[in-house]
Design a protein. Structure first.
Length: 105
């Protein structure tokens, strides 16, 4: 089903990173998240998580809409991050979801 224009977009990204580069990757991905939240109006949430057992990284991102995510993907800080970590990443998956309801605190 296609997304309706203006619907919030949730993005779930998983990374398996070479053991020798996990600390560098952790620093780089956290910096990318910080810059995204500070400079991208459409980036509403950018959580960086690490599985304590597998050491895989999981990103949970919320964007105002698909256009905001496209803007993120075209940003200079995303391209710099992507180039920096490319050789460290063993596997990467990206899933996009329509956000149906916000979390309540």
């Amino acid at each position: 089903m296609p997304r309706e224009r203006g619907q919030a977009l949730a993005v779930l990204v998983t990374f398996r990173v070479q053991a020798a580069h996990r600390a560098e990757f952790r620093d780089a991905v956290c910096e990318n998240a910080r810059i995204s939240l500070e400079t991208e109006v459409g980036c509403q949430l950018f959580d960086v998580c690490e599985d304590p057992e597998t050491k895989d990284f999981v990103l949970y991102e919320i964007y105002r809409d698909a256009a905001a995510f496209d803007h993120h993907l075209s940003s200079s800080h995303f391209h710099a991050f992507d180039r920096m970590v490319a050789d460290w990443v063993e596997a990467k998956t990206v899933h996009r979801y329509t956000r149906l309801a916000p979390a309540k605190s």
